[in-house]
Write a protein that binds this ligand. Structure first.
Ligand SMILES: [Zn+2]
Length: 277
């Protein structure tokens, strides 16, 4: 499932085709988009952004189209003249003078007045969005220390959108590893220096993944792993999908565990348990 960085990259791609353009045509066959002809058609696209895993397209009509792709939704961007040829169900189509942007298969789509965005049930429950430029490392540190977060396991916090919006499975393993936090440990088990490093890694690993297409290690490390013949799912990361292999930091074996069926890879040496110590 795509995580926050992948959704933000999709928003950038869609934004390049749509922002500043008037929607000159399109198709909105999805039931919740019945008002699209008056609220989207003929209006300018003001912005395209993401919050956690939701896409937000704002129009000059004062309305926003909210969509969440879950596991099956997909966005495409084509030149207007291109025949999209898809077996998927078309949900929304935006035609500008040059491009056709389409949303396929998604089922969680709604048009709402832009000032009421934050009241949307999904957006209202989100924690601070890690990719939001106005959210600083200090904000994330304070959030780690806040009630409702302080006594929760790292493995839980780094996946739950209500705790930190935009994180997901590969980011969880990578952030905990770089921060040196054991997945069962909680913020309250850490010293101040570790908490600061943890907050810093939440931001830096996610931004790095956004800027470099899901790569969470530095680019030299990725190149070195690639040169050893590792597949893409492995060379992109420090521990995720590197289970039963030597940790790139210390050489000890990376271990795979599961929380609620979702895999988590970590290094017991780099991420020692502090709970109760
Ligand atoms: Zn290690």
């Amino acid at each position: 499932m795509p995580e926050g960085p992948e959704i933000r990259r999709a928003a950038d791609r869609i934004g390049k085709a749509l922002v500043g353009k008037v929607v000159e045509g399109g198709n909105w066959p999805f039931p919740s988009l019945q008002q699209a002809e008056s609220l989207i058609l003929g209006h300018e696209v003001l912005s395209v952004t993401s919050r956690a895993k939701a896409m937000l397209i704002r129009f000059s009509s004062g309305y926003t189209m909210y969509s969440h792709n879950q596991l099956y939704g997909r966005w495409t961007v084509h030149l207007k003249a291109t025949d999209p040829r898809s077996n998927r169900s078309l949900r929304a189509e935006f035609m500008t003078d040059k491009h056709a942007v389409r949303l396929w298969s998604a089922t969680d789509i709604v048009l709402l007045p832009t000032p009421e965005e934050n009241g949307h049930p999904f957006l209202a429950r989100l924690g601070p969005d890690v990719l939001d430029e106005s959210i600083s490392k200090d904000d994330l540190l304070n959030h780690l220390k806040s009630k409702g977060i302080w006594r929760k396991k790292g493995a839980t916090l780094m996946l739950d959108q209500r705790s930190f919006a935009g994180l997901g499975n590969y980011l969880r393993s990578e952030i905990l590893h770089l921060a040196g936090v054991h997945p069962d440990d909680r913020p309250c088990d850490q010293d101040e220096a570790t908490l600061e490093r943890w907050a810093s890694c939440i931001k830096s690993v996610t931004v790095q993944a956004y800027e470099h297409g899901g790569i969470t290690v530095d680019l030299d490390t990725a190149e070195a792993s690639k040169a050893r013949g590792e597949p893409r799912r492995m060379w992109r990361h420090a521990v995720f999908c590197r289970n039963d292999r030597p940790c790139l930091t210390c050489g000890d074996l990376v271990v795979r565990v599961r929380y609620g069926g979702r895999r988590l890879d970590y290094c017991p040496t780099c991420q020692p348990a502090r709970r109760g110590s």
